[in-house]
Ligand binder design. Structure first.
Ligand code: FAD
Length: 373
């Protein structure tokens, strides 16, 4: 990569050039999280805070805190704040699946006790976690009702039979159609049981001077409102790309294994797994890009661009991630800015490590879908 400074010092505009662009920009806007436009927000007299832009000096001791949201962020923050503020209320529009499990790994602990070498322990624990995660994902499609019962029972074990699980912890969707959030050692449930936190399932009608007016007619008093309401999905780091002077509309492109895109030469991006560790797919993508660059070097190619084959021309277009597969709010809100996927390899983006772990390393770089120049 060559770098030229257009003017010296201060706010200089820098121009970078490269032969191959590898986008590792993540998938959400780092500058600000997503906050819905709740009516009356300007009336509330206390701070309204999004976890992504948390003020370091926010003092919540002895304050009534309402956290709007029921995702992993809310479930992480509420137990962390519960003992330190007067009370914290999780206000959710609809329930999420939580999975209470010990904050340790039994297999890892056992292998360490036996003084098994670290690299063996790592490999065995990695396989065990993958196996368990895959079992849960498979069951979420094959026997969703049984899995649903087990997840709800894990909440009930902490909250007791007298708690209204039906209202607060019984989601309306199939498990894993949205993120399944782990609750380590049941910490969220423990603080609800202890009374330092509570959960309210209702709709925000408006913010008021002193809290939140709910659709049910109830008013939630608050000194601080935390909007754990998600993030803004960002395609290509919000960069306005042009190709030969023409603006790039990313949504017009077809994804090639979800790594490269039709019409965009010499560019790959990293989009990891939504149901497994992000980095497992980052590893697979890295292997693919290195193999591709070596293949280009070996063949003296300077450019590579994915292109549909003649037989792909009438392929039906599907969303980058199908709604039936995964429909978390941040994807649904912005799916229209994402590229398309097709119904056949290599235009599919399966989000399935089990198939991709063999398919991506074995991908044929001369299958007619990658055009070299
Ligand atoms: C709330 C939340 C919880 C998550 N939990 C998990 C989890 O438990 N396990 C898991 O595996 N993954 C999780 N993820 C996914 C997580 O995003 C990834 O694991 C990981 O952070 C992605 O790494 P990355 O390097 O690809 O992108 P990021 O960590 O997002 O890094 C991208 C970098 O690119 C920079 N950037 C973006 N656009 C531009 C631009 N235009 N110009 C210059 N720089 C730019 C950003 O500032 C940032 O530094 C979670 C994500 C969120 C939002």
């Amino acid at each position: 990569m060559r770098r030229r400074g257009d003017n010296g010092g201060g706010d200089e505009t820098l121009r970078f050039t490269c032969d191959f662009l590898w986008m590792c920009q993540g998938y959400y806007r780092h500058s600000a999280g997503y906050t819905p436009d709740f009516p009356g927000m300007d009336r509330f007299r206390g701070p309204i805070v999004h976890p992504q832009t948390w003020p370091e000096d926010l003092d919540y001791s002895d304050r009534q805190v309402v956290v709007i949201g029921s995702g992993a962020t809310a479930a992480t923050m509420i137990p962390a704040m519960a003992g330190d503020c007067a009370h914290v209320t999780m206000l959710q529009r609809s329930p999420t699946y939580f999975y209470a499990r010990p904050n340790s790994n039994e297999v890892a602990d056992m292998l360490r006790e036996l003084e098994i070498p670290d690299e063996w322990t790592h490999e065995i624990v990695r396989r065990k976690i993958l196996f368990d995660q895959n079992t849960v994902i498979r069951r979420s499609f094959e026997e969703p009702e049984a899995l649903k019962r087990e997840l709800i029972a894990s909440a009930r074990a902490y909250l007791g039979d007298d708690f209204d699980i039906e209202t607060h912890f019984t989601p309306r969707y199939r498990p894993w159609r949205q993120r399944l959030a782990v609750v380590p050692d049941g910490d969220l449930f423990k603080c609800i049981r202890a009374g330092t936190a509570s959960v309210v399932t209702d709709q925000v009608e408006s913010f008021t001077d002193t809290g939140i007016q709910l659709a049910s007619g109830r008013h939630l008093d608050a000194d601080i409102i935390v909007t754990a309401t998600g993030f803004n999905l960002s395609a290509l780091g919000d960069i306005d790309f042009t190709i030969d002077g023409a603006p790039l509309n990313f949504a017009d492109c077809w994804g090639h294994r979800g790594i490269m895109f039709t019409g965009i030469p010499n560019m790959a991006w990293v989009f990891g797994y939504l149901r497994a560790s992000w980095t497992m797919r980052a590893d697979l993508v890295s292997g693919f890009v290195c193999r591709l660059l070596n293949h280009m070097d070996a063949n003296g190619a300077k450019t590579v661009v994915p292109r549909l084959r003649a037989e792909d021309a009438d392929m039906p277009a599907k969303p980058f991630i199908e709604d039936e597969n995964f429909n978390a709010g941040y994807l649904v809100r912005k799916i229209h800015i994402m590229p398309k996927q097709g119904d056949r390899a290599p235009w599919i983006f399966s989000q399935d490590y089990e198939t991709e772990k063999t398919e991506i390393p074995a991908a044929d770089l001369e299958d007619g879908t990658l055009i070299y120049g």
